[in-house]
Structures are given as C-alpha cells and as structure tokens.
Design a protein around this ligand. Structure first.
Ligand code: SAM
Length: 271
C-alpha cells in the first residue's frame, strides 16, 4: 500500500489489513504481514481458512438473495476484496440494498472508492460493540427497513470481541431488531477443546498471538457459537466447518487443523 489514507497508522497492526494479507490483498503494511507470517508458522493452513471464509460468504449471500432477501446488513465488512456482498447480491437482484459497517477508517477509505457508482450500497463507520448506534445511524436507519426481512451478516467479527465486550449481548440486541423472516449468518473462530488436544493447542497459540498483536482474538466453543443464534432456526446443515456449508464444488476443502478452527451457519428468525 503506498499512500496512507487519513486516520490510518501503518506502524500499528490492524485486523482488516492482516486479513487482507491472508487473502493476498495489497492493502497491508509490514506490521500486518509479520503477524500473518508468525501465525502461519503455527497454523500453516491459516490462509485457506481466510479463503474458505470468503467462499462461504459468497455461497451464503447467493443463497439469501435467491431466497428473496433484498436487504443485507454486513457488520465487520472488512476491506473490499473479490466477490463483495453487494456484487454477489446485486448480480442476482440488482435492487438489493447493502450496508457495510466497519469501525476501521481504512475500510471506509477503500470502500468509498469501490462503491462510488452504486446507489444501492452504503458504507458506514461505526463500532458494533455499540449496536444501538449502528442500527440507529442515519445512513443505516434511512436505508434499511427493519420492519422487513434483513440478512444480518457477521462473518469473522465476533471473534474479535473479548468476553468483556459482551459479544452475546451484542448478538441478542441485533436479533431483536430484526423482523420475522430475517436471517443471521455468521462465521467465527472455533476451538474443539480437549476433544482434539493438538488442534486446541495450536488454536490457543493463534489466540495468544492475536491477543498480543491486535488485542482481540477468541476461539470459542461450539456451545458459545450456537448461543449467538438464540431462538432463531438454524438452517441445514447447521453450524459446520465452512467447506461443509452447502458446497458447490468450488470451495477450498484442502485444509488441515484450520478446518476445525472456524465454523459457520445461517439461521432464520421465526415468523
Ligand atoms: N466480514 C469480512 C469477511 O468475513 O470476509 C471481514 C472479516 S475481518 C476478519 C473482521 C473485520 O471486523 C475487520 O475489518 C475489523 O475492522 C472489523 N471489526 C472488528 N471489530 C469491530 C467492531 N467492534 N466494530 C466494527 N467492525 C469491527
């Protein structure tokens, strides 16, 4: 990355840019790349985890657009990459509205450039740890109609909330704001715990590196992840390793320990 956008500090590592490097993007600095390289030594298939996450996101958004959803609320959207939510959704339904939310100024700087010509898509800078502010932000409230079904997308965000940042309360608040027939789709870092001690040890080391370098990475248990869905109805095949969610033959399935390190699922708010 050559020019430093306003509000961006290239000497402090940052989650959006670390993830960008895992996806072979160009919007990252040496401090970000150093974390990726340290993490890849512990978990060599970490780049495949990131790739599998983007593929999962694409399959989920395509499925939701095909199911009639026309409003997408993408929290922790990250830097633009291939197959962004608005591109996938609007390829199926050009009128689909998409709001991207991220708290990182680098995301806003790059997102604006990508979205300049698209009246159906907005990008908002806000902190999801304060979900009321996100939902009531004028660029959200005036654009998404929460009385109609919405796809609430939280891919790879809640594992950046520490426990004292109350990720389950944030998810619960957001669920109550959605109309019946809405969907909650998410992916989150996962640990199988003592059932798989060697994998658990590697994921714990990844967590330690993340906590030390960016201040927030948590690998949670299946029960903790299931609780994010509350009383929503989980669609088949449930909360699963990402390549197992409705595969279409294009997904990255060649993974080792990282296969168990991230799970995803989609659930619907009952009518
Ligand atoms: N959702 C994209 C995906 O799955 O491909 C990007 C995931 S990236 C790993 C996580 C993103 O969440 C980063 O861009 C980061 O800035 C954002 N994020 C983390 N905590 C956040 C918060 N409290 N509020 C808003 N965005 C947050």
């Amino acid at each position: 990355m050559e020019k430093v956008p306003p509000g961006v500090n290239p000497t402090v590592p940052n989650v959006a840019r670390v993830y960008d490097y895992w996806l072979d993007g160009k919007n990252n600095y040496a401090v970000d790349r150093a974390i990726v390289e340290a993490s890849n030594k512990v978990l060599p298939d970490a780049p495949q985890m990131a790739r599998a996450n983007r593929e999962f996101l694409g399959r989920v958004v395509r499925y939701l657009a095909q199911s009639g959803i026309r409003q997408f609320f993408d929290l922790g959207s990250g830097l633009p990459t291939e197959q962004n939510v608005h591109q996938v959704a609007q390829a199926i339904a050009p009128e689909a509205r998409v709001v991207y939310v991220d708290y990182d100024p680098v995301v806003l700087a790059h997102g604006r450039a990508l979205l300049a010509d698209n009246g159906s898509t907005r990008i908002v800078t806000a902190d999801v740890r304060r979900p009321e502010e996100v939902v009531h932000h004028p660029d959200v409230a005036g654009f998404i109609d929460f009385r109609r079904p919405v796809a609430l997308l939280m891919f790879g965000i809640l594992h950046h909330f520490n426990d004292n940042e109350r990720p389950h309360d944030v998810a619960a608040y957001l669920r109550t704001e959605l109309a019946p027939g809405s969907y909650l789709a998410m992916s989150n870092f996962h640990t199988p715990g003592p059932d798989m001690p060697e994998v658990h040890a590697k994921l714990s080391e990844m967590e330690r590196i993340g906590q030390e370098q960016v201040g927030s990475v948590r690998f949670r248990t299946r029960d903790e992840l299931m609780a994010y869905f509350g009383d929503f109805e989980l669609l088949d095949p449930g909360l699963v390793p990402l390549p197992e969610w409705r595969p279409d033959g294009t997904e990255t399935a060649q993974m080792a320990d990282g296969y168990h390190g991230i799970l995803g699922g989609v659930a619907r708010k009952p009518w």
